[in-house]
Design a protein around this ligand. Structure first.
Ligand code: HH2
Length: 263
């Protein structure tokens, strides 16, 4: 899953793809590099950020979605607004990626159900503006799993089938370094929910904390390591800014695994 932020302020690619031409060229190159899904967002959810009005998100997406939908990848829209999601579905998106798992907007899960969209349900503690203030968990993996199980039930209760849902533990959303590591190390617990597991580790702050790399664009090697570790533990969808390098890393890992099965 390739990240494409059409925002002025996303933590790593903000401002680079606000112009439709630049965004579409980026989308094309990420699909050529091996992306199966393009996740397009018009609102930053970085720690401390405020929300962006639906009308502003829609204006940012208007020219980009139809072009992205014509590429050889499934389009996902990264939004917590049902109004924005409905617009994106009309413009060719097939997945709604909601970092609030349908909690920000009560119309979101019913919309996905009605439209037969696939839905990413992500765990977040609090909201982006305040989520990093003092996150506390007794058992982070169990609490995240419990939350996602509840959200799967909430989806089912409005007619959105479990098999249309993808779950995501929400790396960096109301979590400290130790929480992110515990979740990734214990990902098999999240896999027990029986749904595809998505992880978004790309260029995130916890990688900088481990490696000492302050700039998000210096965190590629750490991102690849985190994705491969998550993959070993059962994750199948990786939300990344650097598609080509991850595609190569997966190919090499798979070649080694299949050689080891043959010996
Ligand atoms: N992370 C970000 C945004 N959306 N969606 C899912 N499902 N999982 C994630 O981990 C996730 C997400 C944050 O990263 P980014 O889009 O690069 O930055 P920003 O929120 O500043 O636009």
């Amino acid at each position: 899953m390739a990240v494409l932020n059409v925002t002025p302020d996303s933590f790593s690619d903000g401002g680079r793809f606000l112009q439709p031409q630049a965004a579409i060229a980026r989308a094309r190159s990420m699909v050529a590099a091996g992306a199966d899904i393009l996740d397009i967002g018009a609102e930053s959810t970085r720690p401390g950020s405020d929300g962006v009005r639906p009308s502003v998100q829609i204006d940012r997406l208007r020219d980009i979605l139809p072009a992205a939908a014509g590429l050889a990848a499934t389009v996902s829209v990264d939004t917590t607004s049902a109004e924005v999601a409905a617009f994106a579905l009309d413009a060719g998106a097939e997945i709604i990626n909601d970092v609030s798992a349908g909690l920000s907007d009560p119309a979101m899960l019913p919309l996905a159900a009605k439209r037969g969209a696939a839905m990413v349900l992500m765990h977040m503690r609090g909201e982006p503006r305040t989520m990093q203030l003092a996150p506390h968990y007794d058992d982070v993996s169990a609490e995240v799993k419990g939350f996602l199980a509840e959200r799967l039930e909430a989806a089912e209760s409005v007619g959105l089938a479990r098999d249309r849902c993808i779950v995501d533990p929400g790396i960096g959303f109301g979590k400290r370094l130790e929480h992110n590591l515990a979740i990734l190390a214990g990902l098999d617990l999240i896999c027990e929910l029986g749904r595809p597991v998505l992880v978004g580790t790309s260029r995130k702050r916890f990688i900088g904390q481990i490696t000492g790399r302050d700039g998000p664009d210096q965190r590629l090697a750490g991102t690849l390591a985190a994705c491969l570790a998550a993959r070993r533990r059962g994750a199948t969808i990786f939300r990344v800014h650097d598609v080509g390098p991850l595609a190569d890393a997966i190919k090499v890992t798979d070649a080694i695994e299949s050689a080891s099965h043959n010996t």
